[in-house]
Ligand binder design. Structure first.
Ligand code: GCB
Length: 607
């Protein structure tokens, strides 16, 4: 019989620093009002909207009143959704677009209301009823702005200026190998919370432990009772912690001890069923205090590094993975819905993966939540990609904010095991300083997960020997390597004798390899762009990877073909990166089956 134990925590323990993001954790666990749907939009290529004050939503008051814009008469775009694939004239558009949504709202007593955006790419300025609510930079991270004092009881209008203009000081900067889909690309909603509410919380296993839960709760607003309760009903646990004056509470408890009471823990069978790809067990967790309460589904698992091995729940695991973009299956454009996530992650599962790399920016929450339920381990990344403005403090602040918000949204998801701070960045001192700061910050924000980066700087240390020599390898927990032997250099057959050496005794993930093929194009294995070429490349690569001693996982490039302005070859690429194992129409190429067979073999071998 389960015992229900209530323990009052009197002393705090040093643990995670709260993510100092202003994000409300777990908005889907809150009362929300969706603002998705058709929004009126004005395309503003010359950036006139600010000076013409589009945010006032003006209408001519008489027949001679000159107002040179009209939301009422402008066409609509769907939210969520990128503009590029909704209107042909906007496919290549880079600039500002103004969005307007009118809605009726009835004010509630003792309630604060926030406008929440899952993402708007890349920069957004938000106005409610003609007044500015705030701004946000970063195209793939969520943000919320308080609307309580500006909301009217009755009719309201929300106006958002979204711009996807690329900038040298932005993150990512001017060049990247994916489509800069503009617009409000994820859900928009009003989130209703009490005057004092639980802003965010972390309920995770203490690093290295399989039964000690540690974390924190952060309240927003004045705290009066100074008490917060963490309940996991299925495990028979309710735990009380004290809240400090600043609304922050830390806690730590041993689930086994709570369940065993005074008996020695060794005499009790472990209580928590740990989350793993084979058994993605999620517990209902309820956090309550100060008159607020929020429920979540949380899995408990440990993730650590031991020498060159990654340990999941104390046992070595090999990451059979694939990289993917947040590109919509079948219809192209940004993926956003749970159906998109079901299709894409369904393919990942079909491939035999237990791991997926969400490249190169934080993906939507539907994907992460589904990975949690499906038992897929996740690598999540911020778009610090190729070269950016390393010496610019504003660029660092921007990258830090994106890192904070990525972690703030997903730090309770068991699926996420790796935070990646960058991809293929050039080796130079200012870049190392920049990335080292990000690594340190990620560790402070979330000491329970591993930090990584995808690197590509290698030296030819002997004929047929390549050594990964990026000094960033010293800083991260897990080393990621993108290597394109057989595509950007060398022939696929050269993989048969190639050896890869790493300077550090750390787990190595081959975070990318691959080659382009157009679905349905057939020929010899040495004919570029054919499915046979791509398949042959995979065959030789897989043989090579099996010989790397510290290999802890792999995520070849890439699950599905995706749009990229950098891929222009007519008749083959037509603005698509064709390295997908699946075409943008959902057709599986030969190499899909090659990798699937390899992963089946690894799974049989218990990897
Ligand atoms: C890479 C990048 C990825 C590209 C890929 C390619 O190394 O990380 O974003 O799309 O190579 O296809 O060249």
């Amino acid at each position: 019989m389960k015992r229900f134990v209530l323990v009052l925590l009197l002393a705090g323990w040093a643990h995670a620093v709260p993510a100092s993001s202003s994000l409300i954790g777990n908005v889907n666990g809150r009362t929300t009002v969706s603002l998705n749907g058709a929004w009126r939009t004005i395309v503003d290529p010359f950036d006139n909207g600010k000076s013409s004050r589009f945010f006032r939503n003006e209408k001519p008051r008489n027949r001679s009143d000159r107002v040179e814009y009209s939301f009422d008469a402008s066409p609509v775009l769907n939210v969520p959704g990128d503009w590029n694939t909704q209107r042909e004239s906007l496919l290549f558009y880079e600039g500002p677009v103004w969005y307007r949504r009118e809605f009726t709202y009835h004010n509630l007593a003792n309630t604060r209301v926030f406008v929440y955006f899952g993402a708007a790419n890349y920069q957004a300025s938000v106005y409610l009823n003609g007044e500015k609510l705030g701004e946000h930079e970063g195209g793939c991270t969520p943000f919320n702005l308080e609307a309580t004092s500006l909301l009217r009881d009755g009719e309201n209008f929300l106006i958002v200026e979204v711009s996807n203009v690329r900038r040298a000081d932005a993150v990512p900067a001017l060049k990247f190998d994916w489509w800069s889909y503009g617009g409000i690309t994820r859900d928009v909603m009003l989130v209703e919370v009490p005057t004092t509410f639980i802003q965010d919380y972390s309920v995770q296993l203490e690093r290295g432990s399989q039964h000690e839960i540690a974390g924190w709760v952060q309240f927003n607003g004045a705290v009066t009772t100074h008490e917060v309760t963490i309940q996991i009903p299925e495990a028979g646990v309710a735990f009380k912690a004290l809240t400090e004056a600043n609304g922050y509470a830390r806690f730590r408890f041993d689930v086994n001890k709570l369940a065993c009471g005074k008996r020695s823990a060794s005499k009790c069978s472990p209580l928590l069923k740990l989350w793993s790809p084979d058994n993605p067990k999620l517990y209902r967790v309820i956090i309550s205090g100060e008159g607020d309460s929020v429920a979540d589904e949380i899995g408990f698992r440990s993730i650590e590094v031991q020498g060159a091995k990654i340990l999941l729940n104390g046992k070595p695991i090999f990451l059979r993975g694939i990289s993917m973009h947040e590109e919509a299956p079948f219809r192209e454009g940004r993926a956003f819905s749970s159906e998109d996530a079901e299709t894409l992650l369904g393919w990942v599962k079909d491939l035999g993966c237990n791991f997926v790399r969400f490249a190169h920016y934080p993906h939507n929450e539907n994907e992460i939540r589904l990975a949690d339920r499906m038992g897929l381990l996740v690598w999540s990344e911020i778009p610090v990609y190729w070269d950016i403005d390393w010496s610019n403090p504003a660029t660092l602040e921007n990258a830090e904010a994106q890192l904070r918000d990525m972690i703030a949204r997903d730090h309770n998801r068991a699926a996420v095991i790796l935070w990646s701070v960058s991809n293929e960045t050039p080796v130079k001192p200012e870049r190392l300083t920049f990335l080292t700061k990000l690594v340190q910050e990620a560790r402070e924000l979330d000491p329970t997960r591993l930090i990584t980066s995808a690197m590509n700087h290698v030296d030819e240390t002997a004929p047929d020997v390549r050594t990964l020599s990026d000094p960033l390898g010293e800083v991260v927990d897990v080393v990621g390597l993108n290597e394109y032997l057989g595509w950007y250099w060398g022939r696929p057959e050269e993989a048969d004798k190639m050896q890869w050496k790493a300077t550090w005794n750390k787990p190595l993930i081959i975070s990318e390899f691959g080659g382009g093929a157009e679905y349905g194009r057939h020929g010899d294995a040495d004919e570029i762009w054919t499915e046979e070429y791509q398949q042959n490349l995979y065959q030789h690569q897989l043989g090579m990877l099996e010989r790397i001693p510290n290999l802890a996982g792999m995520s070849p490039w890439v699950l599905m073909d995706f749009r990229s302005p950098a891929r222009m070859l007519p008749g083959v690429q037509d603005y698509h990166n064709r390295k997908g194992l699946i075409s943008n129409r959902g057709q599986r190429k030969l190499a899909f089956y090659t990798l699937q067979k390899f992963y089946e073999k690894l799974a049989e071998e218990g990897k």
